[in-house]
Write a protein that binds this ligand. Structure first.
Ligand code: TXA
Ligand code: MG
Length: 343
């Protein structure tokens, strides 16, 4: 299959190109598109055969459910049972939608089982990116979309990262430039007490400021019928090919960097840490000086160091606050759960 590339300026979307991409979705095709978090691989979320194509193109296990994207949160009631959580949903929507927050709610029967991995709940999100919004409006259907990468690879934040994994496997990609946030949405379950399933683009502290205490997965007692305890709970996720050497303590950088590694070392670090290792012979990616820039550059940096042939990538955790929580979560998974200087 030939993958079409639509170059569309997000500030002034070419309506004919958007309509063309939307028609592909309506006909059951697969179209990757930018959101403010990462690029998604979209299909008509009410068409089980089209959704099946997503799993095939990504080589994704069917046990991993998909997020349904809609143009406005008022559409949630079509796909989810909001009984008992209307006020909560309205508070969250008012504060964070459109945006990088996904809500998990009890699903209604119209949502195909392949979207929810046969589970009782559905994940819903309203992306803020103008091209995602334009595509949703033009398609007139909810769009099921996981991140547009091959399963277990770092999520794409540019169209060329999408093509690196999926060229020839999908109908089209809308190239709208780099995504702004760079890590995926925050996933909050409202099936029972509000529970954080995945930290992401909206900070936990911001959510708690609106709705009060949110449980973390370890604290939550999950309903037994839930398909999986938490999204992306699989380790070996968001992984570069190189081995990630993840430190909790930046103070250990020098020691680990100067150790002899068989192969080629890559440094994936915030500016100040990179500066401290200026005498080390390595490939380097500067993640910038704050959590927002680290998030925006993280996945691209992992892929870039792979491209340069690095066998090891040295990095460290950020403080566990704001976007730092999502960044550390992705680093932990990319390191397959191994943290510390002994790697
Ligand atoms: O920012 C994002 O969320 C991006 C953009 C494209 O919207 N999407 C994304 O999708 O990251 P994906 O499939 O790569 O990650 C979504 C996660 C999956 O790990 C899945 O397990 C979880 O959401 N998920 C989906 N439906 C769920 C449900 N009903 N219950 C619990 N987790 C769910
Ligand atoms: Mg993903």
């Amino acid at each position: 299959m030939q993958t079409l590339v639509f170059h569309i300026n997000p500030a002034q979307p070419d309506q004919a190109a958007v309509a063309h991409a939307a028609a592909m979705i309506q006909r059951g095709g697969l179209v990757a598109f930018p959101t403010e978090t990462v690029y998604g691989l979209g299909a008509n979320g009410l068409d089980a055969i089209a959704v099946e194509g997503i799993f095939k193109a990504k080589q994704r296990p069917h046990s991993d459910p998909l997020i349904l994207h809609v143009a406005h949160w008022s559409e949630f009631a079509r796909y989810a049972d909001l009984a008992g959580v209307e006020v909560l949903v309205e508070q969250l929507a008012t504060a964070f939608m459109p945006g990088a927050l996904t809500l998990v709610l009890p699903k209604l029967p119209c949502v195909p089982d392949c979207v929810t991995a046969n589970g009782p709940s559905v994940a819903l999100r309203v992306p803020a990116h103008p091209l995602a919004h334009a595509l949703l409006v033009a398609a007139g259907v909810p769009i099921a979309a996981p991140s547009a990468n091959l399963f277990s690879r770092p999520s794409p934040t540019t169209a060329s990262m999408v093509l690196e994994d999926l060229d020839g496997r999908i109908d089209a990609v809308i190239d709208g430039g780099s995504t702004t946030i760079g890590v995926e949405s925050t996933i909050l379950s409202l099936c029972g007490a509000p529970t954080l399933l995945r930290p992401g683009g909206v900070a936990l502290e911001a959510i708690e400021a609106v709705i009060g205490e949110v449980l973390l997965p370890a604290e939550a007692v999950l309903p037994e019928e839930q398909t999986q305890p938490a999204p992306g709970m699989l380790l070996k996720h968001y992984s570069p090919r190189a081995r990630l050497l993840l430190l909790a303590d930046p103070g250990q950088l020098q020691q680990v960097a100067s150790r002899h590694h068989d192969g080629k070392l890559g440094l994936l670090l915030p500016s100040d840490s990179l500066q401290r290792l200026r005498h080390i012979d390595a490939e380097r990616i500067d993640l910038g000086d704050d959590a927002a820039s680290v998030a925006a550059r993280l996945f691209k940096g992992m892929r870039e160091l792979d491209r340069r042939g690095c066998t090891h990538i040295l990095t460290h955790y950020l403080p566990l606050e704001g976007l730092g929580r999502a960044i550390n979560d992705r680093l932990f998974r990319a390191a397959e759960g191994k943290v510390g200087p002994g790697q």
